[in-house]
Ligand binder design. Sequence first.
Ligand code: PMV
Length: 349
Amino acid sequence: SSHKPTMVTCTAPVNIAVIKYWGKRDKDLILPVNSSLSVTLHQDQLKTTTTVAYCRDFEEDRIWLNGKEEDINQPRLQSCLREIRRLARKRRSNKDSTSDMSALSYKVHICSSNNFPTAAGLASSAAGYACLVYTLARLFGVEGELSCVARQGSGSACRSMYGGFVQWKMGEKDDGKDSLAEQVETETHWPELRVLVLVVSAERKPVGSTSGMQTSVETSKLLKYRADSVVPGRMDEMISAIKRKDFAAFAELTMKDSNQFHATCLDTYPPIFYLNDVSRRVINLVHRYNSHYGETRVAYTFDAGPNAVIYTLQDHASEFVQVVRHFFPAETNGGQFLKGLPVASTTVS
Ligand code: PMV
């Protein structure tokens, strides 16, 4: 006879770093060379939705991404599955020995989809692994600190486990137990903050973050300087700017940190180019806009791709959108414009 699967569906939003993570000190555990800080977006626009089911009839673990079956044996996927099953086993045996452990031996089927371009430098892996870990945890009844598990899927994913303003503390230990995400302020802290995503290109990035950051760690002296001597101070300044809701300070640190991250990419050998001509025009436009007002009203930041993410305040958002539309009419650069996202209300539902 056939059995009914048990399933759970959750969503998780993207996060956009304002102090960037770039470089691992441990590749297997995914431990970073510096701490980082991001804003988790609202789930309305950029999110991953994942359904996980177990059933005693399933013969093997399987995964589908955006409708296409992918290799379940990828090491990071296996780390997440193994960790959640381990935590579930631990929890069950602590709680009551009589509870049904059989589900833990059942195979799972995972279906995950993004409502935005995958691997285009729009933090799809962050939302993806955060969602996978959270959904698996729900299915197996695991609670508590899960950012350590999400981190082992994709580093930046640990920050999508919380809403609002989130730091990923690099930690000191070799086992990674202290390398986890922590909420700095909740999603209601700074309601005037707005995020705009300028889709410069929806194509897959040429150099993935994993291989890119490995080459940077191996070859860039600037990266070492950045991690040891620049980021620690910037983390403190950024947390203070967020707590004070000082937009100019927040914006300037965000732009400088994005620029330094892309400088370390250029300092990598052979160099990595994520920004393109359109990205550089956006950078110039933001600086011209700010100097026109003699005040920092808008900030840009770029991850491992040419797409710009703009931080601004509610009062200036629609004017800046008009300025962008004027200088970048969609038909001439192929660029698409996503409407502004307020800061996240919840990370996972
Ligand atoms: O977690 P990964 O491997 O997707 O790396 C993300 C790195 C950046 O997006 C460029 C920066 C960051 O902190 O999110």
